[in-house]
Design a protein around this ligand. Structure first.
Ligand code: PXP
Length: 243
């Protein structure tokens, strides 16, 4: 059964728009769990523009499903993650000027530093995933670093407009899934997935986990978060290939 990780960062973004104490991303995690989320995902950014340290530590105390922390490889954040002990750390690239994470981590370029971080997390018993573009060299480098999983960036698919471009991106993802499995890694998917476009990615064989934020939180404004999560889970299950 495919797993849905719900990214709750946007709830904290609304809170920070007023520097207020609502809406609380910790409440959002509860609602997401009630809707059937298999995991709660958050990104503790170096600039703390949405999720802050208080949120991270309260989430650790209250979330009962898989807690997945997205993070850069900056030493200060790695230190916090080692104290926090989430179930999974997903290493992502981070630039201050970006609106959201753009593209994947360049594991090929930073292989030595990343390998050290992966080893540190393994010593703590934390599962480590790399958010990367679905290219053979990034997948190979992730395996070399010892990652347990790769999360393939689905932004290329989400942004593709023509049918031929969409098919090309789906092929890239399918090849990436197979390559990841050959290296004995789990393969996850994330970025830009919506209620309108998720069906074709969900239809690929081999994704174990989907991490989705923007579209679920957007729908939650109108239908509530539990209901929005329930609808996304139904879509994923309806379109997943039969075992
Ligand atoms: N996965 C990762 C690694 C991400 O950085 C993000 C964005 O924070 C997501 C998934 C969710 O992307 P979206 O908000 O577009 O669903």
């Amino acid at each position: 059964m495919v797993q849905l990780g719900v990214n709750i960062d946007h709830v904290a973004t609304v809170r920070q728009a007023r520097r207020a104490d609502e809406p609380d991303p910790v409440w959002a995690a509860v609602q997401a769990e009630l809707g059937g989320a298999d995991g709660i995902t958050f990104h503790l950014r170096e600039d703390r523009r949405h999720i802050n340290d208080r949120d991270a530590f309260l989430l650790k105390q209250t979330v009962t499903v898989k807690l997945n922390m997205e993070m850069s490889i900056a030493s200060s954040i790695v230190r916090i993650a080692r104290r926090l002990q989430p179930d999974q750390c997903t290493l992502v690239p981070e630039r201050r000027e970006e609106l959201t994470t753009e593209g994947g981590l360049n594991v090929v370029k930073f292989v030595r530093r990343i390998r050290t971080v992966v080893r540190a997390f393994h010593r703590e018993g934390i599962v480590v995933s790399a958010f990367i573009e679905p290219t053979p060299d990034q997948i190979r480098a992730s395996a070399d670093c010892g990652f347990d999983a790769v999360e393939l960036w689905t932004g290329g698919y989400a942004h593709a407009r023509s049918e031929s471009a969409i098919k090309r991106e789906l092929d890239r993802l399918q090849i990436g899934i197979e390559q990841g499995h050959e290296y004995k890694m789990e393969v996850h998917a994330g970025h830009g997935l919506t209620y309108r476009n998720v069906h074709r990615v969900a239809g690929l064989r081999g994704f174990g986990e989907f991490n989705i934020g923007h579209s679920i939180i957007s729908r939650a404004v109108f239908v509530g978060l539990s209901e929005a999560v329930r609808e996304m889970k139904n879509l994923l299950h309806r379109h997943s290939p039969r075992e």
